[in-house]
Design a protein around this ligand. Structure first.
Ligand code: SF4
Length: 405
């Protein structure tokens, strides 16, 4: 979960299986395969080395990869014919063998507060959501990493849905490329960008799809293309402890942790991955996360649930738990959906909880819900609220069983 509208929704795929910290190859998408009538290969999502190797294999010189990279990721080109730095015969050859395409925009919703949400349809028909949140000093794009989620965080709408599959690196990138198209931000200006920050806080657990996430993030950080610095990218995890160090060491991005509870007993219920990686392990992984300093703090997300985790004793325990970790705590008023098992804490309770945490030296902003009129939070756009409670209960039981295994 997150400090902004996050997570999304899914269709009804097969039962989820929790396989631990590694990416789940068996869940890889075939959506980037083109229709049978189109045998062209997709270029988006290949990192620099892969793109260079691809073009060398195609009989082109290595420098063509640099040219293509610039057109795809700096200029946002989707048509080889506009790539005027390439000779016309080269463009024609490329167009015969390769393609640069975007997902279909199934829905495009704008909130009165400026938040914008896209429901994107992948080539295999699966849909994911991305949300753009404009603020005074930044514009943040919230990106999904999976269709659905293996986990069952009890306050999260996506948690009531089955995991369908991992997104490919191309599909993760497509969310940014499509948003830039929609916001008319090619080439991106060095300052004052509409999309200046990326948060991997959408649908899915990014550390369960690390390989694709890492490839996409490295492409996003590349200075000759999308050029969004690692300091402006935040990955949010529910606590996949074995992958956290690798994430920091390999990508160097900011880390956000969905904490939400300060005892194992409660966190086991709210964030069930805690049964596998309990708080002591999680907090230790935070303490040793590469690159954490007072200037680069870990963000802990804490959803405020009335009568569940919002007491003064909880606040004191939170302060004790995080002692010594450079941290910021985002307090998130719970955003209920039909049938949700919780209520949001009262504004007074949120305020006094925040005051206690703040007095202990931790920044503890309260996030205001954004885009409520367009259902920007947690998978509500393609809502499954009409699904029967029995079916939801069955899905949650399947996921819990997988988690216990
Ligand atoms: S990890 Fe938890 S909060 Fe994130 S999408 Fe999955 S169920 Fe929701």
């Amino acid at each position: 979960m997150t400090d902004i509208p996050v997570a999304a929704d899914t269709g009804d795929g097969g039962p989820a299986r929790l396989t631990g910290g590694d990416s789940q190859k068996s869940l890889e998408s075939d959506s980037q395969k083109l229709p049978a009538t189109d045998s062209r290969k997709l270029l988006v999502g290949l990192d620099r080395d892969a793109l260079t190797a691809e073009l060398l294999g195609f009989g082109l010189e290595a420098f063509r990869a640099r040219q293509l990279w610039h057109w795809i990721y700096h200029r946002g080109a989707t048509d080889f014919s506009v790539m005027t730095t390439l000779a016309k015969p080269v463009r024609e050859r490329l167009a015969e063998a390769y393609v640069i395409r975007r997902p279909e925009i199934a829905r495009d919703l704008k909130s009165v507060d400026g938040t914008r949400k896209w429901l994107l349809r992948m080539a295999d028909g699966q849909e994911i959501e991305s949300v753009h949140i404009p603020e005074e000093d930044r514009g943040t794009l919230c990106v999904s990493s999976q269709v659905g989620c293996t986990l069952t965080c009890r306050f999260c709408h996506t948690g009531t849905q089955r995991l369908v599959r991992n997104l490919t690196a191309a599909e993760i990138l497509d969310q940014l490329l499509t948003a830039r198209d929609a916001l008319d931000e090619w080439p991106a200006p060095p300052d004052g960008r509409l999309i200046s920050n990326i948060v991997l806080m959408g649908m899915g657990e990014p550390l369960f799809n690390f390989d694709a996430v890492a490839t996409a993030v490295k492409i996003i950080m590349d200075g000759d293309g999308l050029a969004i610095s690692k300091r402006r990218i935040t990955l949010s995890t529910s606590g996949v402890v074995p992958m956290m160090h690798r994430c920091g060491a390999e990508l160097g991005v900011n880390l956000a942790v969905s904490l939400h509870a300060v005892t194992d007993e409660l966190r086991d219920r709210l964030v069930p991955i805690n049964r596998k990686y309990p708080l002591a392990q999680l907090i230790n992984a935070c303490r040793t996360y590469p690159g954490v300093t007072n200037a680069r703090r870990i963000t802990f997300e804490y959803v405020m649930l009335k009568g569940v985790n919002d007491s003064p004793a909880d606040a004191r325990a939170l302060i004790k738990l995080l002692r010594g970790i450079p941290a910021k705590i985002n307090l998130i008023p719970f955003n209920p959906w039909p049938g949700a098992p919780f209520e949001c804490s009262t504004p007074q309770t949120v305020q006094s909880f925040g005051d206690m945490v703040n007095a202990a030296g931790y920044a503890s902003p309260v996030r205001q819900p954004r885009g409520q009129d367009i259902m920007a939070a947690c998978g509500q756009l393609k809502s499954t609220s009409q699904r029967s409670r029995a079916v939801v209960a069955e899905i949650l039981a399947e996921k819990d069983a997988a988690l216990e295994a």
